[in-house]
Design a protein around this ligand. Structure first.
Ligand SMILES: Cc1cc2nc3c(=O)[nH]c(=O)nc-3n(C[C@H](O)[C@H](O)[C@H](O)COP(=O)(O)O)c2cc1C
Length: 386
């Protein structure tokens, strides 16, 4: 069997294969509450054979939203619709996971399709007002962006408590994995980077001081999350800016996360500064997952332009990561793992193992009919079924 389809057990949770839907904000919630859009959008990934489905960045307090449309878990009313999603994912074989987040100084912006910058007249007209943003230091992300208020130590305690309260709600909702979002320039990442953290107290200055607040949050989350359930952390491995976070810093940080009981480190990059442009290319962040896996001795997820099953298989079988996280390709093909399995395992065209039981017999019949008609049996652009 292909490594991509080998199960993996983390604490008490067995993920049936190594595919993971990477967290993707849909900016479509009202007051942070999930609705039927989220249910269908996420639910189809479970039917599509993904091992783990990570719900998008979910804000731990209202000012930690990126946009007015972000999901939240800052109140008990937000639990029930997420519980419905988690239950569906679980019932259909995927491990339900959720990313908990605070946008920090990159909060209070437009949805991507509205412009992706600070809120403007068009949003004000529909009542979507900006809110005060916060960060480690009073340094805006870019020209024209809101200037954050520097958080006091007592406010940091409140934010830590908000993460913990959201962890408890995630548990109530039935999630089996939580991910702490410490990437892409959002609050926890902005503490790690010397580019955004100019503090002179115990949370800023040298590397260990910059690590302190994100580690305190990780520790508090781990303590609030049951021992038998795994916890992931997403990091930006490099800022791609001179004087910013490097992969060496990330390896050291990952070692500390492992010591706190973090099970998987999910390696993304960039986002702290508009000047930090990641080099684009297939699997461009995979070397980060490999370095952290080898040098920090922790399981990793690789993400970023992983599009083809053979590519995913190569990453796993060569020991570069333990999970393959996929975002945009999952939007393009929610059945990606099912197609990948047929490609890698070279199943006969009449076998649709892993597909929903309700579909299998019909797809087999379809394959036979198409063959009789001498038509190619395609079920995905890389499936290669003749
Ligand atoms: C629509 C969209 C929303 C995203 N939202 C999040 C998010 O909520 N949290 C996060 O850590 N990354 C987010 N990302 C980044 C993805 O998880 C992923 O790391 C990135 O898209 C690279 O993977 P890909 O090449 O497979 O798309 C988002 C990406 C997209 C395309």
């Amino acid at each position: 069997m292909a490594t991509l389809f080998e199960p993996i057990t983390l604490r008490s949770i067995t993920v049936t294969n190594r595919t993971m839907v990477s967290p993707m904000c849909m900016y479509s919630a009202k007051d942070g509450v999930a609705d039927d859009f989220h249910f269908v959008h996420l639910g189809r990934f479970a039917l599509g054979g993904w091992g783990l489905v990570m719900v998008e960045a979910t804000a731990v307090e209202p000012r930690g939203r990126i946009t007015h449309g972000d999901l939240g878990l800052w109140s008990d009313e937000q639990i029930a619709p997420l519980a419905r999603i988690a239950s569906f994912l679980k019932k259909h074989g995927a491990v339900p996971a959720i990313q908990l987040a605070h946008a920090g100084r990159k909060a209070s912006v437009q949805r991507p399709w509205e412009g992706d910058g600070p809120l403007a007249e068009a949003q004000f007209r529909v009542g979507e007002k900006p809110w005060d943003v916060v960060g480690p230091s009073a340094l805006p992300f870019d020209e024209g962006w809101l200037k954050p208020t520097e958080l006091s130590t007592s406010e940091l305690e409140q934010i830590k408590d908000a993460f913990v309260a959201s962890v408890r709600r995630a548990l109530d909702a039935g999630f089996e994995v939580i991910e702490m979002h410490a990437a892409h320039g959002y609050l926890l990442n902005s503490f790690l980077s010397p580019l955004s953290n100019h503090r002179t107290d115990q949370y800023g200055g040298g590397r260990d001081a910059r690590f302190r607040f994100p580690l305190e949050v990780a520790e508090a989350m781990r303590l609030a999350w049951p021992d038998h359930l795994p916890m992931f952390v997403r990091l930006s491995a490099s800022d791609y800016v001179e004087g910013g976070v490097t992969i060496d810093d990330t390896v050291e940080f990952a070692k500390k996360l492992r010591q706190l009981g973090v099970d998987v480190v999910d390696l993304s990059s960039g986002g702290i500064s508009p000047k930090g442009i990641p080099p684009r290319g297939y699997g461009f962040q995979v070397p980060f997952a490999e370095r952290v896996r080898k040098n920090a001795e922790v399981a990793t997820a690789a993400v970023g332009l992983i599009t083809r099953p053979e590519q995913a298989e190569q990453i796993l079988s060569s020991g570069q990561s333990d999970f393959i996280a996929i975002a945009r390709e999952a939007l393009a093909d929610p059945n990606w793992p099912l197609h990948a399995r047929r490609t890698l395992d070279q199943q006969g065209s009449d076998h649709f193992e892993g597909w929903p039981t309700q579909y299998q017999v019909w797809l087999s019949k379809r394959a036979r009919v198409l063959r009789e008609l001498d038509a190619p049996v395609t079920d995905g652009d890389f499936a290669g079924v003749k």
